[in-house]
Write a protein that binds this ligand. Structure first.
Ligand code: UDP
Length: 356
Protein backbone atom coordinates (compact mmCIF):
# COMPACT_ATOMS: atom_id res chain seq x y z
CA UNK A 1 0.00 0.00 0.00
CA UNK A 2 1.27 3.46 -0.86
CA UNK A 3 0.47 6.62 1.15
CA UNK A 4 1.39 9.99 -0.32
CA UNK A 5 1.78 12.49 2.52
CA UNK A 6 1.58 16.23 1.92
CA UNK A 7 3.55 18.40 4.35
CA UNK A 8 4.39 22.08 4.23
CA UNK A 9 4.26 23.88 7.56
CA UNK A 10 5.88 23.46 10.97
CA UNK A 11 2.92 21.92 12.82
CA UNK A 12 2.57 19.38 10.01
CA UNK A 13 6.18 18.26 10.38
CA UNK A 14 5.59 17.79 14.10
CA UNK A 15 2.46 15.71 13.49
CA UNK A 16 4.24 13.67 10.79
CA UNK A 17 6.99 12.95 13.33
CA UNK A 18 4.53 10.59 15.03
CA UNK A 19 2.54 9.25 12.08
CA UNK A 20 5.55 8.63 9.80
CA UNK A 21 7.31 6.81 12.64
CA UNK A 22 4.26 4.57 12.95
CA UNK A 23 4.13 3.97 9.19
CA UNK A 24 7.80 2.99 9.17
CA UNK A 25 6.97 0.07 11.51
CA UNK A 26 4.97 -1.50 8.65
CA UNK A 27 7.10 -2.80 5.78
CA UNK A 28 3.90 -3.45 3.80
CA UNK A 29 3.24 0.32 3.66
CA UNK A 30 5.27 2.70 1.52
CA UNK A 31 5.16 6.40 2.38
CA UNK A 32 6.03 9.01 -0.24
CA UNK A 33 6.52 12.45 1.33
CA UNK A 34 5.86 15.67 -0.56
CA UNK A 35 7.12 18.90 1.07
CA UNK A 36 5.42 21.88 -0.56
CA UNK A 37 7.95 24.40 0.79
CA UNK A 38 5.32 26.56 2.55
CA UNK A 39 7.76 26.81 5.49
CA UNK A 40 11.32 26.61 4.26
CA UNK A 41 13.79 28.22 6.73
CA UNK A 42 16.14 25.73 8.38
CA UNK A 43 14.68 26.37 11.83
CA UNK A 44 11.08 26.19 10.54
CA UNK A 45 11.58 23.02 8.49
CA UNK A 46 14.85 21.02 8.19
CA UNK A 47 15.46 20.88 11.92
CA UNK A 48 12.21 18.94 12.47
CA UNK A 49 13.08 16.34 9.82
CA UNK A 50 16.49 15.84 11.43
CA UNK A 51 15.49 15.84 15.10
CA UNK A 52 12.29 13.86 14.73
CA UNK A 53 13.81 11.47 12.19
CA UNK A 54 11.08 12.10 9.65
CA UNK A 55 12.09 10.49 6.34
CA UNK A 56 13.60 13.00 3.92
CA UNK A 57 10.90 14.29 1.55
CA UNK A 58 10.80 12.47 -1.79
CA UNK A 59 9.63 15.69 -3.47
CA UNK A 60 10.37 19.29 -2.48
CA UNK A 61 8.14 21.70 -4.40
CA UNK A 62 9.70 24.95 -3.18
CA UNK A 63 6.45 26.93 -3.10
CA UNK A 64 6.59 29.38 -0.19
CA UNK A 65 6.37 33.10 0.54
CA UNK A 66 3.42 33.82 -1.75
CA UNK A 67 -0.14 35.09 -1.39
CA UNK A 68 -2.86 32.51 -0.77
CA UNK A 69 -4.02 32.23 -4.38
CA UNK A 70 -0.60 31.91 -6.00
CA UNK A 71 0.62 29.56 -3.28
CA UNK A 72 -2.39 27.23 -3.35
CA UNK A 73 -2.63 27.31 -7.15
CA UNK A 74 1.02 26.43 -7.71
CA UNK A 75 0.82 23.69 -5.11
CA UNK A 76 -2.21 22.15 -6.84
CA UNK A 77 -0.35 22.09 -10.15
CA UNK A 78 2.78 20.47 -8.73
CA UNK A 79 1.04 18.02 -6.38
CA UNK A 80 -1.11 16.84 -9.29
CA UNK A 81 2.03 15.92 -11.27
CA UNK A 82 3.37 13.94 -8.31
CA UNK A 83 0.09 12.11 -7.65
CA UNK A 84 -0.25 11.17 -11.33
CA UNK A 85 3.28 9.81 -11.30
CA UNK A 86 3.11 7.98 -7.96
CA UNK A 87 -0.46 6.60 -8.20
CA UNK A 88 -0.85 6.27 -4.40
CA UNK A 89 -3.65 4.39 -2.62
CA UNK A 90 -4.08 7.32 -0.25
CA UNK A 91 -3.27 10.99 -0.14
CA UNK A 92 -2.84 12.04 3.49
CA UNK A 93 -3.09 15.67 4.63
CA UNK A 94 -2.75 17.28 8.06
CA UNK A 95 -4.51 20.20 9.68
CA UNK A 96 -5.53 23.40 7.97
CA UNK A 97 -2.86 25.06 5.86
CA UNK A 98 -2.78 25.92 2.16
CA UNK A 99 -0.75 22.73 1.63
CA UNK A 100 -3.63 20.76 3.20
CA UNK A 101 -6.19 22.33 0.89
CA UNK A 102 -4.03 21.92 -2.23
CA UNK A 103 -3.51 18.22 -1.47
CA UNK A 104 -7.23 17.75 -0.85
CA UNK A 105 -8.23 19.36 -4.14
CA UNK A 106 -5.77 17.25 -6.14
CA UNK A 107 -6.80 13.97 -4.50
CA UNK A 108 -10.50 14.62 -4.96
CA UNK A 109 -10.16 15.67 -8.61
CA UNK A 110 -7.99 12.64 -9.44
CA UNK A 111 -10.30 10.30 -7.49
CA UNK A 112 -7.56 9.19 -5.13
CA UNK A 113 -8.74 8.44 -1.60
CA UNK A 114 -8.08 11.27 0.81
CA UNK A 115 -7.37 10.98 4.55
CA UNK A 116 -7.55 14.13 6.71
CA UNK A 117 -5.77 14.11 10.06
CA UNK A 118 -7.15 16.70 12.52
CA UNK A 119 -10.57 16.73 10.87
CA UNK A 120 -13.71 18.32 12.29
CA UNK A 121 -12.07 21.25 14.07
CA UNK A 122 -13.94 24.52 13.82
CA UNK A 123 -13.34 28.02 15.15
CA UNK A 124 -16.59 29.24 13.53
CA UNK A 125 -14.63 32.25 12.32
CA UNK A 126 -14.70 32.27 8.54
CA UNK A 127 -12.23 35.18 8.46
CA UNK A 128 -9.48 32.72 9.41
CA UNK A 129 -7.77 31.21 6.36
CA UNK A 130 -7.35 28.02 8.41
CA UNK A 131 -11.12 27.69 8.92
CA UNK A 132 -11.75 27.85 5.17
CA UNK A 133 -9.03 25.27 4.52
CA UNK A 134 -10.44 22.88 7.13
CA UNK A 135 -14.02 23.02 5.98
CA UNK A 136 -13.17 22.49 2.32
CA UNK A 137 -10.72 19.68 3.08
CA UNK A 138 -13.13 17.84 5.38
CA UNK A 139 -15.86 17.93 2.76
CA UNK A 140 -13.85 16.04 0.12
CA UNK A 141 -12.09 13.58 2.46
CA UNK A 142 -12.89 9.87 2.42
CA UNK A 143 -11.62 9.26 5.95
CA UNK A 144 -11.77 12.01 8.55
CA UNK A 145 -9.65 11.43 11.66
CA UNK A 146 -10.99 13.56 14.49
CA UNK A 147 -8.79 14.39 17.48
CA UNK A 148 -11.62 15.13 19.94
CA UNK A 149 -15.28 14.49 20.79
CA UNK A 150 -15.94 18.13 19.89
CA UNK A 151 -14.59 17.57 16.38
CA UNK A 152 -16.85 14.49 16.02
CA UNK A 153 -19.82 16.57 17.14
CA UNK A 154 -19.01 19.41 14.74
CA UNK A 155 -19.09 17.01 11.80
CA UNK A 156 -22.33 15.46 13.01
CA UNK A 157 -23.87 18.93 13.26
CA UNK A 158 -22.79 19.63 9.68
CA UNK A 159 -24.59 16.49 8.46
CA UNK A 160 -21.58 14.26 7.86
CA UNK A 161 -23.67 11.22 8.80
CA UNK A 162 -25.34 11.66 5.42
CA UNK A 163 -22.12 12.16 3.47
CA UNK A 164 -20.31 9.22 1.89
CA UNK A 165 -17.19 9.15 4.07
CA UNK A 166 -15.85 7.55 7.23
CA UNK A 167 -15.52 9.67 10.39
CA UNK A 168 -13.28 8.22 13.09
CA UNK A 169 -12.22 9.48 16.49
CA UNK A 170 -8.49 8.77 16.44
CA UNK A 171 -7.34 11.08 19.22
CA UNK A 172 -4.66 13.70 18.71
CA UNK A 173 -1.35 12.80 17.08
CA UNK A 174 0.33 15.71 18.89
CA UNK A 175 -0.15 13.89 22.17
CA UNK A 176 1.72 10.90 20.71
CA UNK A 177 4.60 13.27 19.90
CA UNK A 178 4.61 14.97 23.29
CA UNK A 179 4.86 11.59 25.05
CA UNK A 180 7.49 10.14 22.72
CA UNK A 181 9.80 13.18 22.54
CA UNK A 182 9.55 14.28 26.18
CA UNK A 183 12.50 12.09 27.19
CA UNK A 184 14.60 13.58 24.38
CA UNK A 185 14.01 17.25 25.30
CA UNK A 186 17.02 19.56 25.03
CA UNK A 187 17.60 22.75 27.04
CA UNK A 188 18.08 25.73 24.70
CA UNK A 189 21.28 27.73 25.02
CA UNK A 190 19.60 31.13 25.46
CA UNK A 191 19.41 32.84 28.88
CA UNK A 192 16.56 31.22 30.83
CA UNK A 193 15.60 32.32 34.33
CA UNK A 194 14.26 29.81 36.83
CA UNK A 195 10.71 31.09 36.33
CA UNK A 196 9.48 32.15 32.93
CA UNK A 197 6.51 32.38 30.61
CA UNK A 198 6.72 30.71 27.20
CA UNK A 199 4.89 32.53 24.45
CA UNK A 200 4.35 32.38 20.69
CA UNK A 201 2.50 34.72 18.32
CA UNK A 202 2.05 34.00 14.64
CA UNK A 203 -1.62 33.89 13.70
CA UNK A 204 -2.67 36.27 10.92
CA UNK A 205 -5.40 37.86 13.05
CA UNK A 206 -2.68 39.03 15.49
CA UNK A 207 0.19 39.79 13.13
CA UNK A 208 -1.71 41.41 10.27
CA UNK A 209 -3.57 43.74 12.63
CA UNK A 210 -0.80 45.96 13.92
CA UNK A 211 -2.91 47.27 16.80
CA UNK A 212 -3.47 43.76 18.12
CA UNK A 213 0.21 42.90 17.79
CA UNK A 214 1.28 46.13 19.52
CA UNK A 215 -1.18 45.53 22.35
CA UNK A 216 0.04 41.96 22.95
CA UNK A 217 3.67 43.08 22.94
CA UNK A 218 2.94 45.92 25.36
CA UNK A 219 1.29 43.40 27.70
CA UNK A 220 4.36 41.14 27.47
CA UNK A 221 6.66 44.15 28.17
CA UNK A 222 4.63 44.81 31.32
CA UNK A 223 4.54 41.19 32.52
CA UNK A 224 8.26 40.79 31.82
CA UNK A 225 8.95 43.29 34.64
CA UNK A 226 7.75 40.54 37.00
CA UNK A 227 8.73 37.30 35.25
CA UNK A 228 10.81 36.55 32.15
CA UNK A 229 8.77 36.21 28.96
CA UNK A 230 10.44 34.09 26.27
CA UNK A 231 9.16 34.31 22.70
CA UNK A 232 10.63 32.03 20.03
CA UNK A 233 9.57 34.30 17.23
CA UNK A 234 7.89 33.19 14.00
CA UNK A 235 9.60 34.79 10.94
CA UNK A 236 6.38 36.56 9.93
CA UNK A 237 5.97 38.12 13.40
CA UNK A 238 9.64 39.13 13.47
CA UNK A 239 9.34 40.94 10.13
CA UNK A 240 6.29 42.90 11.27
CA UNK A 241 7.85 43.85 14.62
CA UNK A 242 10.96 45.11 12.85
CA UNK A 243 9.10 46.89 10.05
CA UNK A 244 6.98 48.80 12.57
CA UNK A 245 9.81 49.35 15.09
CA UNK A 246 7.69 47.92 17.92
CA UNK A 247 9.55 48.19 21.23
CA UNK A 248 10.22 44.78 22.77
CA UNK A 249 11.34 44.50 26.41
CA UNK A 250 11.38 40.75 26.83
CA UNK A 251 13.37 37.77 25.52
CA UNK A 252 12.86 37.24 21.80
CA UNK A 253 14.75 34.25 20.44
CA UNK A 254 14.93 32.55 17.04
CA UNK A 255 12.41 29.74 16.46
CA UNK A 256 13.62 26.57 18.19
CA UNK A 257 13.44 22.93 17.15
CA UNK A 258 10.85 20.64 18.68
CA UNK A 259 13.20 19.09 21.26
CA UNK A 260 14.09 22.53 22.62
CA UNK A 261 10.46 23.61 22.45
CA UNK A 262 9.40 20.57 24.48
CA UNK A 263 12.00 21.52 27.09
CA UNK A 264 10.73 25.10 27.20
CA UNK A 265 7.13 23.93 27.65
CA UNK A 266 7.99 21.35 30.28
CA UNK A 267 9.92 23.84 32.41
CA UNK A 268 7.86 27.02 32.10
CA UNK A 269 5.39 28.47 34.62
CA UNK A 270 2.75 29.47 32.09
CA UNK A 271 2.10 29.53 28.33
CA UNK A 272 0.73 32.54 26.44
CA UNK A 273 0.04 31.81 22.79
CA UNK A 274 -2.15 32.07 19.72
CA UNK A 275 -0.88 28.71 18.42
CA UNK A 276 -3.28 25.81 18.10
CA UNK A 277 -0.65 23.18 18.84
CA UNK A 278 0.89 24.93 21.80
CA UNK A 279 -2.47 25.24 23.59
CA UNK A 280 -2.66 21.46 23.68
CA UNK A 281 1.00 20.96 24.50
CA UNK A 282 0.55 23.21 27.55
CA UNK A 283 -2.12 20.76 28.71
CA UNK A 284 0.04 17.70 27.92
CA UNK A 285 2.76 19.17 30.15
CA UNK A 286 0.32 20.33 32.90
CA UNK A 287 0.86 24.06 32.32
CA UNK A 288 -1.83 26.74 32.42
CA UNK A 289 -2.37 28.52 29.11
CA UNK A 290 -3.59 32.01 28.28
CA UNK A 291 -4.74 32.12 24.65
CA UNK A 292 -4.32 35.35 22.70
CA UNK A 293 -7.32 34.78 20.46
CA UNK A 294 -11.06 35.48 20.52
CA UNK A 295 -12.01 31.86 19.91
CA UNK A 296 -10.35 28.46 19.80
CA UNK A 297 -10.90 25.08 18.19
CA UNK A 298 -9.78 23.39 21.42
CA UNK A 299 -12.86 24.28 23.43
CA UNK A 300 -12.50 21.36 25.84
CA UNK A 301 -9.46 23.13 27.32
CA UNK A 302 -11.55 26.22 28.02
CA UNK A 303 -14.51 24.28 29.38
CA UNK A 304 -12.27 22.42 31.85
CA UNK A 305 -10.36 25.56 32.89
CA UNK A 306 -6.95 24.52 31.56
CA UNK A 307 -6.95 27.48 29.21
CA UNK A 308 -8.40 30.99 29.26
CA UNK A 309 -9.21 32.97 26.11
CA UNK A 310 -8.22 36.63 26.38
CA UNK A 311 -7.88 38.04 22.87
CA UNK A 312 -5.29 40.74 22.26
CA UNK A 313 -6.19 43.54 24.65
CA UNK A 314 -3.26 44.66 26.82
CA UNK A 315 -5.35 45.32 29.94
CA UNK A 316 -7.22 42.02 29.63
CA UNK A 317 -3.98 40.07 29.16
CA UNK A 318 -2.31 41.61 32.22
CA UNK A 319 -5.53 41.23 34.27
CA UNK A 320 -5.84 37.54 33.49
CA UNK A 321 -2.14 37.09 34.19
CA UNK A 322 -2.57 38.74 37.60
CA UNK A 323 -5.51 36.47 38.42
CA UNK A 324 -3.80 33.28 37.21
CA UNK A 325 -3.59 31.61 40.64
CA UNK A 326 -7.36 31.34 40.97
CA UNK A 327 -8.42 30.85 37.33
CA UNK A 328 -6.95 27.53 36.32
CA UNK A 329 -7.77 23.91 37.11
CA UNK A 330 -4.72 22.31 38.71
CA UNK A 331 -5.58 18.64 38.23
CA UNK A 332 -4.52 17.68 34.69
CA UNK A 333 -5.50 14.04 35.01
CA UNK A 334 -8.13 14.09 32.27
CA UNK A 335 -8.11 12.26 28.93
CA UNK A 336 -9.16 14.83 26.35
CA UNK A 337 -6.98 13.80 23.40
CA UNK A 338 -6.95 10.02 23.26
CA UNK A 339 -4.01 9.22 25.50
CA UNK A 340 -1.22 9.01 22.91
CA UNK A 341 -2.02 6.19 20.46
CA UNK A 342 -3.64 8.21 17.67
CA UNK A 343 -0.96 7.44 15.04
CA UNK A 344 -1.35 3.74 15.62
CA UNK A 345 -5.12 3.94 15.14
CA UNK A 346 -4.76 6.05 11.99
CA UNK A 347 -2.25 3.78 10.27
CA UNK A 348 -4.25 0.63 11.13
CA UNK A 349 -7.43 2.20 9.79
CA UNK A 350 -5.80 3.29 6.52
CA UNK A 351 -4.42 -0.20 6.00
CA UNK A 352 -7.76 -1.82 6.72
CA UNK A 353 -9.59 0.59 4.43
CA UNK A 354 -7.20 0.48 1.48
CA UNK A 355 -9.88 -1.15 -0.70
CA UNK A 356 -12.60 1.26 0.47
N1 UDP B 1 7.08 25.07 17.87
C1 UDP B 1 8.43 24.74 17.77
N2 UDP B 1 9.35 25.76 17.82
C2 UDP B 1 9.00 27.07 17.95
C3 UDP B 1 7.62 27.39 18.07
C4 UDP B 1 6.69 26.37 18.00
O1 UDP B 1 8.78 23.57 17.66
O2 UDP B 1 9.89 27.93 17.96
C5 UDP B 1 6.09 23.99 17.83
C6 UDP B 1 5.08 23.96 18.94
O3 UDP B 1 5.60 23.33 20.08
C7 UDP B 1 3.95 23.17 18.30
C8 UDP B 1 4.01 23.61 16.87
O4 UDP B 1 5.30 24.17 16.67
O5 UDP B 1 4.20 21.79 18.35
C9 UDP B 1 2.93 24.62 16.64
O6 UDP B 1 3.09 25.19 15.44
P1 UDP B 1 2.51 26.63 15.09
O7 UDP B 1 2.27 27.37 16.33
O8 UDP B 1 3.40 27.19 14.05
O9 UDP B 1 1.13 26.26 14.36
P2 UDP B 1 -0.33 25.94 14.89
O10 UDP B 1 -0.24 24.86 15.90
O11 UDP B 1 -0.91 27.21 15.42
O12 UDP B 1 -1.04 25.48 13.66
Amino acid sequence: MKILTILGARPQFIKAGSVSREISKHPEIQEVIVHTGQHYDTNMSDIFFEEMKIPKPDYFLGIGGKNHGAMTGQMIEKIEEVVLKEQPDWVMVYGDTNSTLAGAIVASKLHVKLAHIEAGLRSFNMQMPEEVNRILTDRVSNILFCPTDTAMRNLKDEGYENIDCKVIKSGDVMQDGAIFYKGLAVKPTCKIESNYILSTIHRAENTDDINRLRSIIEAFNEINKEIQVILPVHPRTKNIIEKNSIKVDFSIIDPVGYLEMIWLIDNCDLVMTDSGGLQKEAFFFSKPCITLRDETEWVELIKNKFNVLVGADKIKITDIYNQREKLFEKDYDMDLYGGGNASNKIVKELYNCQYL
